[in-house]
Design a binder for this molecule. Sequence first.
Ligand SMILES: *[C@@H]1O[C@H](CO)[C@@H](O)[C@H](O)[C@H]1NC(C)=O
Ligand SMILES: *[C@@H]1O[C@H](CO)[C@@H](O)[C@H](O)[C@H]1NC(C)=O
Length: 988
Amino acid sequence: MITPLLLLLLSLVSAFLFYGASSVNQEGRILLEAKDGLEAPPDAFSSWNADDDAPCAWKGVGCSSSGAVTSVNLTGFSLTGPFPSTLCRLPHLASLDLSDNYINGTLAGPAFAGCDALSVVNLTLNNLVGPLPDALAALPNLTSLDLSSNNFSGGIPAAFGRFPQLETLNLVYNLLTSTVPDFLGGVSTLRVLDLRYNLFDEGPIPSSLGNLSVLENLSLGHCNLNGEIPSSLGRLSRLAYLDLSFNHLQGRFPEFLAELPGLIQVELYNNSLSGRIPAGLGKLAKLRSFDASLNQLIGPLPDDIFDAPLLESFHLHTNQLTGGIPAGIARSKSLADLRLYMNQLNGSLPADLGKTTPLVTVDLSTNNLSGEIPASICDRGVLEQLLLIRNSFSGRVPDGLGRCRTLFRLRLQSNALSGPVPSGIWGLPHLSLLDLRDNVLSGGISPVISGAANLSSLLIEDNQFSDIIPSEIGAAKKLTEIAAGNNRLAGPLPASLGDLANLSQLDLHNNSLSGELLRGIQSWKKLTDLNLAHNGLTGGVPPELGSLPVLNYLDLSNNDLTGEIPDQLQNLKLSQFNFSNNQLSGKIPPMFADEAFLSSFLGNPGLCGDIAGLCPASRGTTSNRHGFLWLLRSTLILAGLILIAGLAWFTRRYCKYKKAMDKSKWTLKSFHKLGFSEYEILDSLDEENLIGSGASGKVYKVVLSSGETVAVKKLWCSSKPQLANPNTSMDDAFEAEVATLGKIRHKNIVKLWCCCTHKDNKLLVYEYMPNGSLGDLLHSSKVAVLDWPTRYKIALDAAEGLSYLHHGCVPPIVHRDVKSNNILLDGEFGAKVADFGVAKAVEVIEKGPKSMSVIAGSCGYIAPEYAYTLRVNEKSDIYSFGVVILELITGKLPVDPEYGEKDLVNWVCSMIEHKGMEHVVDTKLDLSYKEEIIKVLNIGLLCASSLPINRPSMKRVVKMLQEVRPQNKANAENDRGKLSPYYKYAAE
Ligand SMILES: *[C@@H]1O[C@H](CO)[C@@H](O)[C@H](O)[C@H]1NC(C)=O
Ligand SMILES: *[C@@H]1O[C@H](CO)[C@@H](O)[C@H](O)[C@H]1NC(C)=O
C-alpha cells in the first residue's frame, strides 16, 4: 500500500533536482553552444537532445570508445552564421567537417585557438571570405585541409609553407591572388596539392614543388601559369595525377613524364607547349588518360605510345603533329576514346584496328590520313562515334560498320570513299547523323532505312548514289534534313516522303528524278528548304506547296514542269524561289510580277506576266529592202515628233509627279501583301500611341481601319547626334534592317510589313507584338511572373529564330545585338527576334575591317573575345543568346551593381562553383521543374563559354533545348564522354 506513494515522492524529488539544468555532459554543452551560434532549419538538430547524458548519439557527432567527442560532421546541414570557434573547446576533436553550408565571415585570428587535436578540416562549399588563416599552419596534427569553393582572397600566406604534417591541401575555386608560391615546396608531407581555378597573377610553376617527394596529385589547372614546366617535377616519383591544363605554359613537352611510373592521368591541354612528344610514355603501366590537346606540338606520335596497357582516353587534337598513327594502337586492349583531329597526320590506319581495341569515340577529322577504313573498327561492338571528316580515306565503307548498332554519329565527309555503302548502315537503330558527303560512293539507298529510328540528318550530297529513293524512307520519322544533291538518284519521289513531319530541309537537286511533284505534303509543317532543281520532274506545280507554313526557299528550276504556277504560292513567304527552265505556261501570279523576280521565271516559253522582258510580245517584223530608206526617213521624222511630244508630256508629268511627291512625301516599299496604305499610318503617329522609345527611334502602336494592329518605328533623323552608338548612322541602321528583314521570313523573326521613307524620315512597320519585349517582362516588377514553361518556350523560339538566321539564310546573317530587349512576345508569348539595326550578312563582315568600325552589341551581352579580336560572327550571337538564357533562369539583369566587377555570366559561374546550380535559379520559378531548368542553364552556360570554339551552333542549341522537355526526350542523343558543366570538347 505504501509503494505507490513512495514512487510518487521519488519522482517528484528527481523532477525537482533536474529542473532547469540539462543532464548532458560538458562536451554536449559545448556542442549546444556552438549550435546556438548558427542558424539552421528547424529539424537539422532534432537529435541533439539536451537531456541525453552524452552527445555521442547525436547526428553528426562521433566519439571515441571512452566517450570523448572526436569528430563533428555537419555537412549539408544548411547552417548559416560565423565559423563556430566554440568547437575548439572540445579537447579531443580530431575531425571537423562543416562542408556544404552557408558559413560566412572570416577565419580571422583565434578562430582555431585550442583546436590542437584537429587532424581533418573540411570547410568546402561555404561562404567564407577574407585571407586564408595563418593559424591553420600552427595546428600540430593537421593532415587534411579542404577550403575549396569559398571566397577566400589575397595570396597564400607564407605560414602555409610550414604545415608540419599536412598531406592534403585543397584551395580550388577561391579568389586567391598573387602567384603559386615557392614555399609550398617546403610542406614535404604533401600528397595532394590542388590550387585550380583561382585568380592568380601570371607566374611560373615554382621548381621547389619538385621537393614534394611523396606528392601524388598536383593540380594546377587554370592557375595562370607561364614559363616552362620545371624539370624538377621529374623528381615527383609518386605522382599519379598531373593537371596543368588551361595555362600559358611554353617550352618543350615535359620529357620526364615518361619516368614517372605511377602516372594515371595527365592533363596538359590548352597551353602553348611545343616540340615533340618523347618516347617512353608507353611504359607507364597505370596511365589511363592523357590529354595534351590544344598545344603546338610537332613531329610524330612516338611509336610506343599505345603500349601503355591501361590507356583509355588519348587526346592530342589541335596540334601540328605529323607522321602516321603507330601500329601499336591496334594492340591496345583498353583504348576507348581517341581524338586526334586537326593535325597533319598521314599514312593509313592499321587494318585490324578495333579487333582488340574497345573503341567508343574516334575522331581523326582534318588530317591527311589515307588508305581504307579498318574493317574491324567496330568489332568490339561499342563504337558510338566515328568521325573521319576531311582526310583522304579511300576504298569501301567497311561492312562491319553496317552492323555497328551502337553507332550514333558517323561522319565520313570529304574523303575518297567509293563503291556501294553496306546496306546495314542505312538502318542503324541509334544512328542520328549519317554524313557521307563529298565522296564517290555509289549504289542505292537501302530499304532497310525503315529501321533508322533515330536518323535525323541524312547527308549524302556529292556522290554517285543511284537507283530510286525507297519508299521505306518514310518510316525514318526523325529525319529533319535530307541532303542528297549531286547524285544519280532516279525514279519518282516516293509518296512516303510526305510523311516526314520533322523534315526541315529536302535537297535533291541535280539528280535524275522523274515523275510528278509530291502531293499530300500537308505534314511538312517544318519544311523551310525544298530544292528539286535539275531533275526530270514533270506534271504541274502542286497548289499544296502554298500551304507549307515555313517554306522559305523553293527551287524547282531546270525540270520539265508544265501548267500554270498556282496562285496559292502567293501565300508563301519565300526569300528565294526559282521556276526557271521548265515548260510552265499561263500567267505569273500577280505578287510575283516584279522585275526583281525575272530570273526566277526565265526559260519558260509559255509563261507570261507583267514583268518586262519575260514574254516579249512578238510583233510582225516584216521589212523590205525597197521600202527601207522610206521607212528610215519616216522613222526619223516620227522620232523627232515623238521626242518633242514626249518631252512636253514628260515635263507635265514630272511637275505633276513632283506635286504628288510633295503631297505624299513618302515612298513605300512593301515586303508582304498589305491591307493598309502608308497614309493611314502617317496619320496615327501621335504621342498618345507611343509605346516605346530607344536608341534608334520611337515606336508607336497603330490600330488600322481594318482592325489590324501594327507597330511603327520612327527612326531618329540622321542629323540627330547618336549618343548610344556614335559610329552608326541611322541611315545604316535603317538600311541594315530593311535589307535583312525584308528578305527573310520565319515564324520566330518579327515581320517587317513595309518601310516608308521621305528625305531623312524613315518609318518601319512591323507586326505588332502585344506582350512587348522579354527584357521588359523579366525585369520590370509591374508585370506578372513568367512561369517556367513559358520561359522555356521563349528560349526555344528565340533559338529557332537565330538558328534560322545562322543556318537558313545564304549568306548567314549575324544579328549582332541579341538581347532580351530585342526578343518580342506575341499574344501567346511566342517569341520572335527583332531589331536588325546592326545585323549583317557574314559575307559583308568578312569583307574587311571597315565594316567592323561599328561597335555592335549591348553591355553585358558582348562576347569576351570581341575585346581582343574585334571580330563578330555567329559565335558572338550565340554568346549573347547564352546571356539571354541566364536572364531567363536567374531573372536577373545582364549587368547589375550586385555583381561588382562581374557580369551576369561571371556571377552565375561563380555562384555555381561556390554554391551549386540551385542558387542561381530565379526564386519565382516553380522548383518542380528543377531538372529542366538545370538542363537549360547548362545550355546557357555552354553558349556563354568564354572560348568561342566551345559554343555550340544555334542549330545544336535548338536541338539541345528540344531535348530538355520529356516529350522530346526520345529524340535525345546521349551526351557522352567526360564532360564537366562546361563541356570540354566541341567535337564536330
Ligand atoms: C561527413 O559525412 C559525410 C556523409 O554524411 C561523409 O561523406 C564525409 O566523408 C564525412 N566527413 C568526414 C571528415 O568524415
Ligand atoms: C552572414 O549571413 C547572415 C545571413 O545571411 C547575415 O545576416 C550576416 O550579416 C552575414 N555575416 C557576415 C559577416 O557577412
